[in-house]
Design a protein around this ligand. Structure first.
Ligand SMILES: [Zn+2]
Length: 366
């Protein structure tokens, strides 16, 4: 298949493609090794390629463009394919003067390799950028539903009973409120889903170390973070986190906006706490950060949430190598990566490269 040049079937082959295309282009890779291995004992790392206007010197530009893949591990296939295509198709040779580009392959390599959204700490990296020096957000709705969201057994009967409790909540408060209760991020149940953690994860620490070291002279940083799993099949939406009308969202739209591409403001931290791009902006407050969470749709949200709940149960109480475990792994992969659809892959890759190109131009023109 022609798209196999860019898309992979697992973390190890995605990593091999990234390293090979960087080598073909003559670009050095800096690997930040992870202490654990993948399911086939493969080594894990966050791999970094940097493109600096002056290749012999460290990046000291005022404008830095960053492309992240696999913030949510199992969602890493699209971002990784876009990074490979961006290098393979030679886009990197056309970066405007004065802009540095950082490609971070597999920010959460453990989740990518094990086909999980979360990190090795069972932490949702996109809820882990909370300010841990302050009291963490309380989530009474998650608390109320915790045992139904993540039952300790995953049989037909236990699921039916758990689902009935969730359905009753949706009946009382509406389906959106249920999704918010489950996906909004929580900080009290390490064995639950969408858990933000109690401290910065390895992935957060490593990402911030890289950003701090390459952004010492930066004034403007645009970050493209690839995600999958929400929205209509193969449609991409760019979310710039913040309230509509605020200067940060207006500026982000100036960098990323395009009449051909849907832009949306994801209002406030009240919906999702500990968002990575919001946290990066807070941690690099002297720099203007223009974040873009680029989300590609796959299947209905309720199916995706069920797959995430099953995967959580599997890694806590089940056996990933059993036939049941394999079926759960296949399902969570399909929910975030419909790899059987060449049409889906072609459409998400084309949109990814268009948004990327728009972002670099927007950053250069600020
Ligand atoms: Zn995601």
């Amino acid at each position: 298949m022609p798209l196999d040049k860019y898309f992979s079937t697992d973390y190890a082959s995605a990593r091999a493609k990234f390293l090979a295309v960087a080598a073909e282009a003559g670009l050095a890779v800096i690997s930040h090794p992870h202490s654990l291995n993948g399911p086939k004992e493969e080594a894990l790392a966050l791999d970094l390629v940097t493109l600096c206007p002056d290749a012999s010197a460290p990046c000291r530009t005022e404008r830095v463009f960053v492309a992240l893949s696999a913030t949510h591990g199992v969602e890493g296939f699209v971002g990784a394919a876009a990074q490979v295509a961006w290098l393979k198709k030679g886009y990197w040779k056309k970066v405007p003067a004065g802009v540095s580009v950082l490609l971070l392959h597999a920010v959460n390599p453990h989740g990518f390799a094990w086909l999980r959204r979360v990190t090795e700490e069972n932490v949702d990296l996109n809820r882990n950028f909370a300010d841990f020096s302050k009291p963490l957000p309380r989530k009474p709705a998650y608390e109320e539903l915790a045992d139904a969201i993540c039952p300790k057994t995953w049989t037909t009967e236990s699921r039916a009973s758990a689902d009935a409790q969730l359905a009753a909540y949706a009946e009382r408060h509406g389906p959106k409120a249920l999704n918010r209760a489950i996906m909004g991020g929580q900080y009290t149940r390490p064995d639950g889903v969408f858990f933000g953690g109690t401290k910065p994860s390895w992935s957060r620490e490593t990402l911030m170390k890289i950003l701090h070291s390459y952004c010492t002279a930066a004034k403007h940083v645009a970050i493209l973070d690839f995600h999958t799993g929400l929205g209509p099949f193969a449609s991409g939406v760019s979310y710039c986190v913040g309230d509509e009308g605020t200067s940060s969202v207006t500026k982000a739209h100036e960098v990323w906006g395009d009449e051909a591409h849907v832009m949306a403001a994801a209002p406030g931290s009240s919906v999702h706490d500990g968002y990575n791009l919001t946290g990066i902006a807070r941690l690099m407050s002297q720099i203007n950060v223009y974040g873009n969470t680029l989300e590609f749709g796959t299947y209905p949200t309720e199916d995706m949430i069920r797959a995430v709940r099953a995967d959580n149960w599997l890694h806590l109480y089940g056996d990933p190598n059993s036939p049941e475990g394999q079926a759960i792994k296949a399902e969570i992969k399909r929910m975030f990566y419909p790899e059987e659809s060449e049409d889906w892959k072609a459409r998400v890759l084309a949109q990814s490269l268009a948004v990327w190109d728009r972002g670099i131009t927007g950053l250069a023109n600020l």
